[in-house]
Design a protein around this ligand. Structure first.
Ligand code: AMO
Length: 437
């Protein structure tokens, strides 16, 4: 079976710039812009690899075809056969002289929504018309970056002895405490969409020792911010016999490896889209929660010990640290029940958040592996041990000490590329007010 029809498409647009002058090619894609100069029509043809100028001349084409082409609307799907020609005036120094043109599907996109349009649209307007918005070269570059970044994350984890797992997204109990769950209709039982693979990845650390999961997670976030959505892709890791320092180091290594490889691979594409990937260097600074509070106090932001950091506090810290940094050793009461309190001072826990500037990218820590301690933390967090009975059982059956973290992929891409809203890093975002398209 052929994967590419030789009739519609023999090359990607980006290949054309490497073909020898005079080569025959057949390209297929979308009409980005049309310029009709009477005897000659200039098209910018776009496919997912880029843009190229196509020149159609009345003298070289069948008249009917030429006339059809003159009236063609942007986003029309076409297949164009022609010859590659050097042309210093064309973008990229190359153009295709059209010999044959097939119109594969007509389009009627409102002019202000065309990917080539310079109209300033609000984010909502863009998201309401997401498929044409996504065709803008900048957006193509954002999502290619996300895909390539994930490829290198997987590669790093696979080569470091991790097993990729898939845990249920239909669950019976909360994992991160009671809030922020979506209840769903599940026959006659109570069920929710998973907000984290937390309990399963912990259990699986007692089977495979090193596991990771990349998959969708659901949070019923009431508040509308530039970094919260109701559905996001999480990258979750759990490692048996590891301390929280070891999984912080793993996170640091993984991010340096995957971002440097991805930005290398997509260097040209990112440059063309005017996107810059933040360069990450080892070591990421590590400050404790207490140190963060002192820095904030100097900046006039008071945080009472034991409270989470407000948006304002995160913004102020982000001014002090431009790149990634860890905040470690959080008060136990700010963290979920499964996080291990320090034996010498149980008010403080073996925990961390990874920040990039003002944005929290990941959080994790060492977990409790002792059943009695876990029970007591469940109760003091106001949770019902009975609803965790299947999980608690595992702690009688040989649970190793273990640590891990969970990372939000869209937040990572947002922070690395300096996007102004998490929704820009999600194909079809879901939030408090958006369930379509
Ligand atoms: P936490 O709840 O901090 O930890 O989530 C981990 C990471 O997920 C991302 N994230 C979100 N991204 C977009 N929209 C949201 N509403 C949203 N909520 C969270 C953030 C965050 O840092 N089980 C623990 C992780 C662990 O300890 O292994 C957990 O879920 O980037």
């Amino acid at each position: 079976m052929r994967l590419h029809s030789p009739r519609w498409k023999t090359h990607k647009v980006s290949d054309v710039f490497r073909l020898p002058e005079g080569s025959e090619t057949r390209l297929a894609g979308w009409v980005h812009t049309v310029r009709d100069l009477g005897g000659i029509v200039f098209l910018l043809l776009r496919d997912s690899s880029g843009l190229v100028q196509v020149v159609a001349s009345k003298s070289e084409l069948d008249e009917e075809l030429f006339n059809a082409l003159r009236g063609v609307k942007p986003e029309t799907v076409v297949s164009i056969g022609g010859l590659v020609k050097k042309s210093p005036k064309a973008p990229g120094g190359v153009e295709v002289r059209a010999r044959t043109i097939d119109i594969l599907n007509k389009a009627a996109v409102p002019p202000h929504l065309e990917p080539a349009s310079r109209s300033k649209l609000s984010l909502d307007e863009r998201l309401d018309n997401r498929v044409v918005d996504l065709r803008k070269p900048r957006n193509v570059a954002i999502f290619k970056f996300q895909s390539v970044l994930l490829k290198y994350m997987r590669e790093y984890l696979n080569e470091n002895g991790f097993v990729e797992v898939f845990t249920p997204k239909l669950i019976a109990t909360a994992t991160e405490g009671g809030a922020a769950l979506f209840p769903i209709a599940y026959f006659d039982m109570e069920a929710f969409l998973a907000q984290s693979p937390q309990l399963y990845k912990e259990q699986l650390s007692s089977v495979f020792e090193r596991v990771y999961e990349i998959g969708p997670l659901f949070r019923a976030e009431e508040s509308q911010t530039d970094r919260h959505v109701s559905e996001y892709v999480g990258v979750d890791v759990e490692v048996a016999f590891a301390t929280y320092e070891e999984v912080m180091e793993l996170l640091e290594e993984l991010l340096i490896y995957s971002t440097s490889r991805a930005s290398q691979e997509l260097e040209e594409e990112l440059r063309r889209a005017e996107l810059d990937c933040l360069k990450l260097e080892k070591p990421f600074p590590r400050i404790t929660y207490d140190e963060a509070l002192s820095i904030l106090a100097e900046k006039g932001v008071e945080v009472r010990w034991g409270e989470d950091l407000s948006t304002e506090a995160e913004r102020k810290l982000g001014e002090a640290f431009k790149g990634p940094y860890f905040i470690t050793d959080w008060p136990t009461r700010t963290k979920p029940f499964y996080i291990m309190p320090k034996p010498e001072n149980p008010e403080v826990s073996f925990s961390f958040d990874l920040m990039i500037g003002r944005i929290e990218i990941a959080s994790g820590g060492q977990r409790i592996h002792d059943k009695d301690l876990l029970m007591s933390r469940l109760k003091s967090s106001g949770l019902e041990p009975e609803s965790f009975k299947h999980h608690l059982k595992c702690f009688e059956w040989g649970m190793p000490p273990h640590s891990g973290w969970g990372l939000g992929l869209a937040r990572l891409v947002m922070a690395l590329l300096g996007l102004s809203d998490i929704r820009e890093a999600i194909l079809y975002p879901r939030d408090r007010w958006r369930l379509v398209p």
